[in-house]
Design a protein around this ligand. Sequence first.
Ligand code: FAD
Length: 523
Amino acid sequence: MATRFLLAFAICRLIVTVGLTLDPTELLRLGVEGLLSVEPADLGVASRDFGGMQNAEPLAVLHPASAEDVSRLVKAACESGQGFTVSARGHGHSINGQSMTTSGVVVQMSGSRGSQLGFEKLAPTRVSEKFMYVDVWGGELWIDVLSTTLKYGLAPKSWTDYLYLSVGGTLSNAGISGQAFNHGPQISNIYELDVVTGKGELLTCTEKQNSELYHAVLGGLGQFGIITRARIALEKTPHRVRWIRVLYSNFSAFTQDQEYLISLHGQPATQKFNYVEGFVIVDEGLINNWRSSFFSPRNPVKISSLNADGGVLYCLEITKNYQESNANNVDQEVGALLKKLNFIPASEFTTDLPYVDFLDRVHKAELKLRAKNLWDVPHPWLNLFVPKSRIGDFDEGVFKGILGNKTSGPILIYPMNKNKWDGKSSVVTPDEDIFYLVAFLRSALDNGDETQTLNYLTNQNNRILRFCSDAGIKAKQYLPQYTTQQQWMDHFGDKWTLFAERKLEFDPKHILGTGQRIFKPFF
Ligand code: FAD
C-alpha cells in the first residue's frame, strides 16, 4: 500500500517536473513491485558520489524488486510521449556524476537485498561448482560475491583493489587490479549477462547469443543497457598470500622488472606471481600512502634515507597465492622469482596473510581514513592508460616534473597485457601490446595547504593531460570523464562509429546513462 502511494506520488512529481504526457495510472498498471521513492534521503544518496564534486538530484529513485521492474521502468521511459531518463546506480563510487540524472529516475541497483526492503526476487547468488561460475544480481557488491563463493572454496579470478563496488558498476568500466596481467580485467571473465536494454527488453547475452549487446555492455559506461545478472568465472580459492614490496630508485629498472613479471603470464602457476602492481612514492603520510601502510611502523629502512632518483621512489608490489598444503614451497618459488629482479638491496618487505584479508585490504585503509574524517572529501581522481613506449617520458614529465613533491594521494602504476582484453568490448586502451595504468587517487583537503585544494589538484590533472597531448603520448583515460561529444569521439577514436551504432541499436532514445555526458536524450 505504502509502495503504491509513493509510486503515485513519484509519478505525479515526474509529470509536474518534466511535463510528461504519461498517464499516471498507466505507470501504476506497470505493476512495479519494488519501491519508487521520492524520499529526500533516497534522492540525496542518488545525488552524490564518491567524487564529491557533482550534485544532481533525480526526480525519483527506483529500488527494483526484480529485473522485470527495471525492464518495466525503462520501457515506460522509452515509450512514453516525452520520455524521461534512467540511470543505473551501483554503489555510487564514480568520480564525476556518472550514475546521476536530473531528468528522470535513478535505479538504485545495490543495497536492496538483505536490507529492510527484503526483495527476494532479485537474481539470487548461485554458485555452480561443476562449471566454476557464480550468477549474481547486477547490483551485488564484490565483497558479497566473495563471501558467498568462499563457502564453496571458490572465488572470482579478477578483482578491483577495493571490493565495495557493484558488479554492474565495475563491468561498465573494466574492473582492474594486479591480477589483470594474468586473467585480464573483470570484463574478460564474464560468461553471460542479463541486460535490460534502452528499449526495455530483458535479454540474455553471451559471446555467441546476442553477442553485439554482450560486447557493447562490457566497458559500455552504462550506455546500452542495465546489467541485472552476471555470470562470473571462478577459480579455487587459495588459502594464503605472500605479499611482497620492493623498492627502486631507478624508473627504468622498475618498469623492466614489472614488464618481465607480466611476461610470465603463460607460465605454470609455480613460476609466476599472481598479482603485479606498483606505486610511486613522492612523499609520506596517511593521506598520501593509505594503500601502503605495511611499511610502517616497523619499517627497517627509512624510506627517506634511500637515494631516490629525482626525489621519487617506486615500489613494486607482488603476491604469491598458496594453499596451506603447499606452504613449504612458497619461500623457494618466491625466492627464485625475486632473484631475477633489480630492486634496491635490503628494500624487501614481506608479509603473509589469509587470501580474503589481502583482497579486502583497501577497506581497512578506508576505515582508518573514515575515523579521521578523511574519506568523505572531494576526490579529483585521474586514471590513465599510458602506452609502454612512452612511460619513461611520462615519468620524466609528470612524476619528476609536474607533481613537485606532493601527491595528495596514492599513485598506482602497473602494466597490463593487451592480449588479455577483448577488442570487441566497448572499453578503449592504447594501441600497444603493453600499457600501464597510472592512477592518481587524490583527496582534496581544506587544511590551509594550497597544494591540497580541489582547485589546485584539478588544475594539476589538466596539466598532466595537456602534457600528454603536447608530448604526443597517446594515453587513454580509464573511468573517463569528458563533457563534450567531440572529446568522447577523440577518446573512442576508431571505436566511435561502432559505439554510436550500438547506441542507436540498443538505446535509440538516449535515455540511459546520461550522467556520462556522451549522448543527449531525444526529448
Ligand atoms: P556507479 O558509480 O554507481 O556507476 C558507474 C557507472 O556504471 C555509471 O555510469 C552507472 O550508470 C553504470 N552502472 C552502474 N550499475 C550498472 C548496471 N548494473 N548496469 C549498467 N550500468 C551500470 N576500479 C577498478 O577498475 N579497479 C580498482 O581497483 C578500483 N578501485 C577503486 C577504489 C575506490 C575507493 C573507488 C571509489 C573506486 C575504485 N574503482 C576501481 C573505480 C570503480 O570501479 C568505478 O568507479 C565503478 O564504476 C564503481 O562502481 P559502482 O558500483 O560504485 O558504480
